[in-house]
Design a protein around this ligand. Structure first.
Ligand SMILES: [Zn+2]
Length: 366
């Protein structure tokens, strides 16, 4: 029943301060010129899709339709040292030098506004707080509602709306300070988590499972054959899928690939890069709210089976405000104890079964 399980939601309005505006004058640089040329060639007015309204839409729905069992908290900002576990000092020094300034960082649309660095350290810090909360047993699960997202940011570079790799910073903190030895990171965002993959590529203590829309969909990485390297070979699992893939196939991938991998790996903490852009309203893939509920119940089972239920989710993408907010709400309901759907069906199956029943006798002479 909803309310049976405790969930802590980490959120801080400081993350609304990240508000890149493509029309502001940016720092002069070659990158900016390239970006301006790309934007000029688009035949529609481009606005920054990763905007503060994403978080406010989620918050408004949670206020309008409260879920029993939820507690809201704000985490502290991540420190330079905490970020430095996964990013280079050169990169961090550059990022902190941008505080208070607007700038483009990358040609694939990563920009900052004057308050972006504060928002980004808050995003990483709230991901850390979510991990601390579940490892210390303060609640059964936690969800860090953060932006800017993180999973495209690699050790040296901001990419795809991401500044600091929030989930990676949280995992590294759990290893360094909370006694976690083996961490399972599951990325169900529609895009491949190239940054998270790079950061833990050679690390056998982090198992990275990523299901995503296959290349050439952004960022173009995440082929089946990218399996990690060195000591980490075999600890990266990519499941690239075609763009129409929906609930039934997602569930199959989770049950047939992720569940046995997790049983082999025996994690002591489960983290989710929770993107909501696989929803059918968004840019690719075909998940429904039932699909998100099912995936949540599977990762909950994995955490319950291997690590006393320690499960923390960190928000990644999701750009359609309705499916983003409703998707988060659905996931939180399952975390709080709602029953997931008994069985996912291929879309349209129920309607066709009903139609078949309706027409069954129409052409029957008897
Ligand atoms: Zn995404």
């Amino acid at each position: 029943m909803i309310g049976d399980r405790s969930v802590t939601v980490f959120y801080d309005e400081v993350m609304l301060g990240h508000d890149p505006d493509v029309n502001l004058p940016f720092l002069p640089s070659r990158v900016e010129k390239r970006v301006r040329n790309i934007l000029k060639e688009l035949d529609f007015k481009w606005s920054y899709p990763e905007h503060p309204g994403r978080l406010t839409a989620i918050k408004e729905l949670l206020d309008a339709e409260p879920i029993p069992g939820l507690t809201f908290k704000a985490g502290a900002h991540a420190s330079y040292d905490q970020l430095g576990r996964v990013h280079t000092t050169t990169y961090l020094d550059h990022m902190f030098s941008l505080e208070g300034k607007p700038a483009w960082l990358d040609s694939d649309t990563t920009a900052v506004s004057p308050n972006s660095i504060k928002a980004a350290t808050s995003a990483a810090g709230n991901a850390i707080a979510a991990v601390e909360c579940v490892v210390k047993g303060e609640s059964q699960s936690a969800f860090a509602l953060v932006r800017p997202p993180g999973h495209h940011a690699d050790p040296v570079r901001a990419r795809g709306f991401c500044l600091f790799n929030n989930v990676a910073v949280a995992a590294a903190h759990a290893q360094a300070k909370l006694g976690c030895e083996r961490i399972l990171i599951i990325d169900w965002d529609a895009h491949h988590g190239n940054g998270t993959q790079d950061i833990f590529w050679a690390d056998p203590d982090v198992l990275f499972f990523d299901i995503h829309c296959a290349a050439p969909f952004y960022p173009g990485t995440g082929s089946l054959y990218e399996v990690g390297g060195g000591l980490g070979e075999g600890y990266t699992i990519n499941v690239p899928i075609p763009e129409d893939t929906g609930d039934v196939i997602f569930e199959k991938a989770f049950r047939e690939i992720l569940v046995p991998a997790a049983a082999h790996f025996q994690p002591d903490l489960v983290l989710i890069s929770a993107g909501f852009d696989p929803h059918r309203n968004d840019m690719a893939l075909n998940l429904t709210y039932d699909g998100f509920a099912m995936l949540t119940s599977i990762v909950q089972e994995i955490a319950a089976e291997h690590c006393d239920g320690r499960l923390a989710l960190v928000l990644e993408g999701g750009y359609d405000l309705k499916s983003l907010s409703r998707g988060v709400h659905t996931v939180l309901q399952v975390l709080a104890g709602a029953e997931p759907p008994e069985q996912l069906k291929e879309r349209g199956l129920q309607e066709v079964e009903e139609a078949a029943e309706f027409h069954r006798d129409a052409f029957n002479e008897d």
